[in-house]
Design a protein around this ligand. Structure first.
Ligand code: PLP
Length: 460
């Protein structure tokens, strides 16, 4: 069936996505898309093997906190595009800014505009560790630039990255995201495992993989190999293996060790940046990295990213020693969107309200899990959270692999989706709350959660 026929037909050839939910048009569209697009989707996180089995929902539209699929089902959306939709869908100020820019000025000029310096100024004003900033389009690019710059600045080649984190899909860092523990070496000193074949041989020689939240392992490797290490690359809150908070003192120790050994500390704030406050996780947690990477939070749903930090490091970009290119870097759409998004984010009380609504959701979910007697708890900070179905504490990727019950999570996800609450089917993703989510959305979500928790409690 071709895609136009599929768009007008319901398919009964697939098992349903979730019992009790009519998603037949999604099924038909997925079948047609699979003949044209490998795996039927354009990013791994939407693939069947990422949890969207037997097929992902196909989207009709989003508005505010709501998303509507092609079968007409409406959901309260905590997937939020995996993070960019910090204001919910179709935020008026950002949408209007982009429309105005395209209609009145254009899109790509291969020359600078004053607007990009205005945006740089807003980022620098918001994040004290950022003295200068370069703009690009995606988190993947921004991380690639940050690691290249750190290597050039230190004249060292190794990067420490942590098991369970995701820093984009470039060859240099797409390792040990979610490796099989059987292949990943000892707990205290994991080996680098590529995210599939196709990575050039030898890249792993420049990577040191460590368990996160383990200050001893970090101190030990820095004591031994510190003078070969260019950078420690970390998310300040681990958001790519569910939600895992740093242990008290861990990031402080990381800061101290990296400073002492002249290692560049890179915070990947693609998820946390401009979401946990204007100054991101670093502002909230009080740690000052050398370089930072921002993406999802700054564009209000448009592709824009930024990499910035200490002026002495950024000087290598300024004088052309380190090249950061990109036809679409700082294109008019991205910059118009980000300028409007940062203006909106500067609204007084915006983060306080976002946190309050998010806290209500987090506390409500925690109480529901507890009241139902389920082996589950909720971890999060601000508008980021995940439910762990586990009885043990989870502080790093291997804890998650060993203790998190993926099967119950799946049933939780099924139950919530069939009751009109959307989040990613993977336990290693997060629930995102936007400024468009209301207390009424939270109340409706908690009603659904109560019913699903009761169902789960009967079967656990
Ligand atoms: N870094 C982190 C922490 C991320 O979560 C992601 C994407 O999810 C990236 C980098 C890559 O960003 P992008 O998808 O914009 O390339």
């Amino acid at each position: 069936m071709n895609i136009d026929m599929a768009d007008n037909a319901a398919s009964s050839s697939h098992a349903g996505l979730v019992p009790g939910l009519d998603t037949q048009r999604s099924a038909a569209l997925f079948g047609a898309a699979c003949t044209l697009i490998p795996g039927g989707v354009n990013s791994t996180a939407r693939a069947t093997w990422a949890g969207w089995s037997p097929y992902p929902l196909f989207v009709e539209s989003g508005q505010g906190s709501r998303l509507r699929d092609v079968d007409g089902n409406e959901y309260i959306d905590y997937l939020l595009g995996l993070g960019p939709m910090i204001f919910g869908h179709r935020p008026p100020r950002v949408t209007q800014a982009v429309v105005d820019f395209i209609q009145n000025r254009g899109t790509v000029f291969a020359l600078p505009t004053a607007d990009e310096a205005r945006l740089a100024q807003k980022i620098i004003d918001a994040v004290p560790s950022v003295e200068q900033v370069r703009l690009c389009n995606t988190g993947t690019e921004a991380v690639l630039y940050a690691t290249r710059l750190a290597r050039a600045f230190t004249k060292r080649s190794k990067i420490i990255r942590f098991e369970g984190m995701y820093h984009g899909f470039s060859d240099g860092v797409y390792w040990s995201k979610h490796p099989s523990i059987a292949k990943a070496g000892p707990d205290a000193r994991p080996v680098a495992v590529p995210q599939g074949p196709g990575m050039p041989k030898g890249v792993e020689d420049n990577l040191i993989i460590l368990p996160w939240n383990d200050a001893e392992a970090l101190a030990e490797v820095i004591a031994r190999e510190g003078d070969t290490i260019a950078a420690v690359l970390t998310e300040p809150v681990m958001c790519n293996t569910g939600c895992i908070l740093p242990k008290p003192g861990y990031l402080e120790t990381m800061r101290e060790l990296t400073r002492k050994h002249d290692i560049v500390l890179i915070f990947d704030e693609v998820i946390t940046g401009f979401r946990l406050g204007l100054a991101g996780a670093q502002g909230r947690l009080g740690i000052t990295p050398d370089l930072s990477v921002f993406a999802k939070g700054i564009g209000g749903g448009f592709p824009v990213a930024a990499m910035g930090g200490r002026a002495d490091i950024m000087a290598l970009v300024a004088n052309g020693t380190v090249s950061m290119a990109g036809t679409y870097s700082a294109n008019g759409i991205a910059i118009a969107a980000a300028n409007a998004a940062l203006d909106e984010l500067a609204t007084p009380q915006l983060y306080a309200t976002l946190d309050a609504v998010s806290d209500e959701l987090r506390a409500g979910l925690a109480k529901i899990m507890n009241d139902a007697g389920l082996p589950a708890y909720v971890v999060g900070i601000g508008p980021l959270m995940q439910v762990w179905f586990a009885t043990e504490e989870i502080h790093n990727y291997r804890d998650a692999e060993r203790h998190a019950d993926q099967e119950i999570f799946r049933r939780w996800w099924h139950g919530m989706l069939s009751r009109g609450v959307l989040f990613h089917p993977g336990a290693y993703e997060n629930l995102f709350v936007s400024t468009a989510h209301t207390r009424a959305d939270v109340a409706a979500t908690l009603d659904a959660a109560r019913s699903v928790a009761a169902e789960l409690a009967r079967s656990v």
